[in-house]
Design a protein around this ligand. Structure first.
Ligand code: KPL
Length: 301
């Protein structure tokens, strides 16, 4: 397939290399005006790196793309779409993959005709420097239609599955998106606040706090129609903490490197939905305030 990918961060870089290895013709769309980008890629549990050269920013290639993949952060999706919109054909499917929720409405407005597919992944990747991507953990990827036109593109899950398994199509993509949101509500703000690796959260002192976060998320998820218990969410969070023990979460890295975080699309989205259902979420609200303060402090420096 001809693919254009926006957002070659850690996850975008990982998918770019895996899709090219599968024989797809993939170009990168970048903010910098460059013609090519080299990426060194280190596969999971491998010591050697492979070098990939990607063509970039070819407007005609965007128009000819069979699929557009957007892997920028949630708060960058609007700008990314604005940049590329004039070149996207109205029938081209657009796959959007980011942590958090809450970009759907804006995406519908900007792409009223295109098939829209949302994706969420638990694959882990790390960029030790701008031109190197390391695959650091395996996890499932889910894809699903966000509008009726998107329903015809369930085969894309198999395309992504061939590139990096497991990837499956979900009839109600909001369900895996909510489950990933629960994981991110629990792990990301705490690892950013305490400047620690994910594995530190397995210490007993975090147990009660994690359970309270899960309690609040479970209440909002249930009100949204996704029946889940706080206990189930906490067990899932504990499993992800163990599986990603040596990772620094994306929010930890964003705060550390004085970048904006996805807090408004993770905990902020939970708080917004809680408000709609009149459900109190005081613990998540405190964490949201704390991260907003850290972002502000970084800005003031
Ligand atoms: O998605 C993640 C992130 O860092 O954003 C987790 C699952 C917490 C892994 O680090």
């Amino acid at each position: 397939m001809k693919i254009t990918l926006l957002g070659a961060g850690a996850i975008g870089g990982l998918w770019s290399c895996q899709l090219v290895k599968q024989g797809h013709k993939l170009q990168l769309w970048t903010r910098k005006d460059v013609k090519t980008i080299n990426l060194a890629f280190q596969g999971l549990n491998q010591t050697e790196t492979e070098l990939f050269t990607f063509h970039c920013n070819d407007k005609a290639a965007v128009t000819e793309s069979d699929c557009i993949v957007i892997t920028v952060k949630a708060f960058q999706v609007e700008q990314a779409l604005r940049d590329i919109l004039p070149f996207i054909s109205p029938e081209t499917p657009v796959v959007i993959m980011h942590n958090g929720m809450g970009t759907q409405q804006m995406v519908h407005q900007r792409l009223p005709n295109n098939p829209i597919i949302y994706a969420t992944t638990s694959q882990a990747a790390f960029k030790p420097h701008p031109r190197q991507v390391n695959h650091t953990g395996l996890g499932p990827t889910w894809m699903g239609a966000e509008n009726s036109a998107g329903k015809n593109f369930d085969f894309l899950a198999e395309v992504f599955n061939q590139a990096l398994a497991p990837c499956q199509w979900h009839q109600d993509i909001a369900q895996p998106l909510w489950h990933k949101l629960a994981i991110n509500c629990a792990i990301n703000p705490l690892t950013a606040k305490h400047q620690c690796q994910n594995g530190e959260l397995a210490r007993s002192e975090f147990n009660y706090l994690l359970s309270q976060i899960c309690q609040e998320v479970a209440a909002v998820m249930s009100a949204e129609g996704y029946r889940v218990t706080a206990r189930e969410l906490k067990q899932h969070v504990d499993r992800v903490i163990a599986a990603t023990a040596t990772n620094f979460s994306s929010m930890n890295q964003d705060i550390c490197q004085q970048r904006p975080t996805e807090i408004d699309y993770i905990t902020g989205y939970l708080i917004a939905r809680a408000k709609v259902h009149a459900i109190p979420v005081p613990i998540n609200t405190q964490l949201w305030q704390h991260i907003k303060q850290l972002e502000q402090d970084n800005n003031d420096e």
